[in-house]
Structures are given as structure tokens and as C-alpha cells.
Design a protein around this ligand. Structure first.
Ligand code: SAM
Length: 354
């Protein structure tokens, strides 16, 4: 065991200060999004605190305090000579424009849910480990949608599907797609917009999410091409050309049974598109080298794994399973071809074929 070192304590406390600042700023980013403060600042150039408060219809004293926190955290620019604040074009993309490929502000809902659900999460740890998705605060459902939606909108139709063997062509001509564990339908909407000749079914066992999916599809003008149904991942019929799982297979209790079910319902030349949180092949390497690992293991330990443990089989695959374990699951389910077709810092995009 190492002896106590004042220097290491200083370093450790520096790390903790960084995390505490990050946690507080996640809250203030969510607040800024909810109150429309970033949107009020975007593209407006230099503004006084009074201007920001007026534009967002908020209390000026509180806005001034919030703005100084944003400046100290490097999110908003400040000009001392004129005592004015400005949201840079880059910050506006990340914080104000929910159609941009960098928008992250609303994803903070997911972090908020962790704090709000702490009693339920504690009970899971002290009990059988199970906490079902639908028992979380609704911030989790919104947060998950917005956390992943940005990547789907940026890359799904332009890079991920084109990286799969022959799938882009099939969907252009018109194919049947089942999106299993579809949540708020973010992936279904992107695919339906890109492939107007194809038909899309979204399935999720969480009824409020299915209701939101229908509203999202209708708002996006793709209601005619899409159908959503409250269903578990082993409760759809027919044979399908593309079965997709977006950031959800690891959340499920029986990923092997669910992958087998998908194999049975896949056309012989069909494809499973498995999008999973990014992880490296080797667990030890993943912990030390994957910059997203701390965030993803933490989410996994409080959300994904408890949901899996609350279901039949209760495998508890975890959000950091990585390509090796996922290959094993898909191979045991009867898929002979498995390939990481693309990746981003947040996601692995996997193609599995019979
Ligand atoms: C992390 S969310 C991902 C949602 C969506 N695919 C997305 O990317 O935004 C996981 C989803 O899986 C759903 N889910 C979990 N277990 C399920 C099961 N056994 N059958 C159907 N859906 C399930 C949850 O309700 C939730 O919507």
C-alpha cells in the first residue's frame, strides 16, 4: 500500500473539483435550455445581462449570476470593457440550436434523472439489482432521446446505414424496418425522413415513450410511413429486411433471446443494425483508455444494468460490453457475420447478418 502523499491528495482534490464543477454546469446548462436563455443569446452578438434577461423573460439578478457562472465555466464569452456577454457560434450549436449536429444541452436531462432517482437506485443496489426503465423520472426518457438523437441526426442516414452492406440501396427502393427499443423514436424519424419508400415499425415496452414517438413522427411529417407499438423485444411478427437496436440491446434482460428472435424474423438476406455505446474490446483497456468510459459505466450502473436485471434472464450485459461480448451474443444467436461497420466517440455501429 502506498504511503500518504500531500501532493497526490492535492491532485485528487483537483480532480474532484473538476467533477463538482462539471456536475454543477450540467445543471446550469439544463436550466439555460429550459428557460430559453441560450436561444435568446444565439446570434445576438454582445448583450448586457439586462438584455439577456429581457430577451429570455427572466429575472435579471438571477440571469447575471447564471451568466457569470457560464463565463467562469468557459461556455459564454465576456467583454469586461462593455460588461457584455456573447454566445459564440460554436457554443450556439452545442447549446441553442436543437437541429445542429453538436447539440448537447437537452441531453443533460439524463444526468438530472440520476439525482432525482437516487432513492430508487439505492434500493436496487441494496436489493436484487433491478430497476425497470419506466420507473425512472421522465427526465431520463427526454435526456436519452436528446443525448443520442444528435448523433443519429448527424450520421445515421449519411454514414452509418451507407456503411452497411447493401442496406442503403434496399431502403431507397423500399424495405421493411423494425426498430426495437425505439424509445422516443429519434432513430425511426431520421430513417423515415431519409428513406421515404420504406416502412418503419417502432417497438418499445414503455407506453409513454411510444406515445411520444407517434407525436415526434407526426411533427416530422413521417406519420404515414411509420407505426409504433407498445411491445417487448420478442413481440413482433413477419419477416423484416432491417432490424435495428439503437443503444438498447444491452439494457434488455435477455439480449441473446432477443437477438435469436430477431434472427427468426429477419429475411434471409436481411441485416441487424446494432448501435451500442462505444467501448474498447478489452475491459482493462476500456477502463483506462476510453474517454467515455467513466460516464458510460456510471450510466450503466444506475440505469442500463438495473433495467436488464429487472427483466427475464437478467443478463446484465452492461453499456460497456464492447465488441467482443457483443460478437459472442450475436454469434450464439445464429448470426455468422459480425462487423463493426463504423464508430464515433459515443457509438459502435455494428452489422450482423445470418
Ligand atoms: C437507452 S433507451 C434507447 C432508446 C432509443 N433506442 C434511443 O436510442 O433513443 C433503451 C430503450 O429500451 C427500451 N427497453 C428496455 N427493455 C426492453 C424490452 N425488454 N423490450 C422492449 N423495449 C425495452 C426502454 O423502454 C428504452 O426506451
Amino acid at each position: 500500500m502506498e504511503t500518504f502523499s500531500e501532493e497526490r491528495l492535492g491532485e485528487f482534490m483537483g480532480t474532484m473539483a473538476g467533477y463538482m464543477t462539471g456536475g454543477a454546469l450540467c445543471f446550469s446548462v439544463l436550466l439555460g435550455d429550459e428557460l430559453g436563455i441560450y436561444r435568446a443569446m444565439a446570434g445576438a452578438g454582445s448583450l448586457s445581462a439586462d438584455d439577456v434577461a429581457k430577451r429570455s423573460d427572466c429575472n435579471v439578478r438571477l440571469v447575471r449570476e447564471w451568466l457569470d457562472g457560464q463565463v467562469a465555466g468557459g461556455l459564454v464569452n465576456y467583454e469586461p470593457a462593455s460588461d457584455s456577454y456573447e454566445l459564440s457560434a460554436e457554443a450556439a450549436m452545442a447549446l441553442a440550436d436543437d437541429s445542429s449536429p453538436a447539440f448537447v444541452a437537452r441531453g443533460m436531462n439524463a444526468f438530472a434523472s440520476l439525482f432525482m432517482d437516487i432513492e430508487k437506485i439505492k434500493s436496487a443496489y441494496q436489493g436484487d439489482g433491478g430497476l425497470s426503465w419506466g420507473d425512472h423520472h421522465k427526465c431520463l426518457f427526454n435526456g436519452t432521446e436528446w443525448f443520442f438523437r444528435t448523433g443519429y441526426r448527424a450520421s445515421l442516414a449519411t454514414q452509418w446505414i451507407p456503411a452497411l452492406d447493401g442496406v442503403d440501396d434496399k431502403l431507397r427502393k423500399g424495405a421493411k424496418v423494425a426498430d426495437v427499443g425505439c424509445g422516443h423514436g429519434a432513430s425511426v424519424v431520421v430513417m423515415a425522413e431519409a428513406y421515404p419508400k420504406s416502412k418503419f415499425w417502432g417497438f418499445d415496452f414503455h407506453a409513454p415513450s411510444i406515445k411520444t414517438s407517434k407525436a415526434r413522427a407526426s411533427d416530422a411529417g413521417v406519420a404515414k410511413q411509420t407505426k409504433f407499438k407498445v411491445a417487448t423485444s420478442k413481440d413482433y411478427e413477419g419477416t423484416i429486411d432491417l432490424i435495428s437496436f439503437f443503444d438498447c440491446l444491452h439494457d434488455m434482460g435477455d439480449p441473446l433471446g432477443i437477438a435469436r428472435y430477431a434472427r427468426e424474423h429477419l429475411e434471409d438476406d436481411g441485416t441487424v443494425l446494432l448501435v451500442e455505446p462505444f467501448a474498447l474490446e478489452n475491459r482493462v483497456q476500456n477502463i483506462s483508455e476510453n474517454p467515455m468510459a467513466a460516464l458510460l459505466y456510471t450510466a450503466s450502473s444506475a440505469i442500463c444494468t438495473p433495467n436488464s436485471l429487472s427483466q427475464e434472464v437478467g443478463l446484465g450485459l452492461g453499456a460497456q460490453a464492447g465488441p467482443g461480448k457483443l460478437r459472442e451474443v450475436m454469434s450464439d444467436a445464429g448470426f455468422s457475420r459480425f462487423r463493426v461497420a463504423a464508430e464515433t466517440p459515443l457509438n459502435l455501429i455494428i452489422e450482423a447478418r445470418p
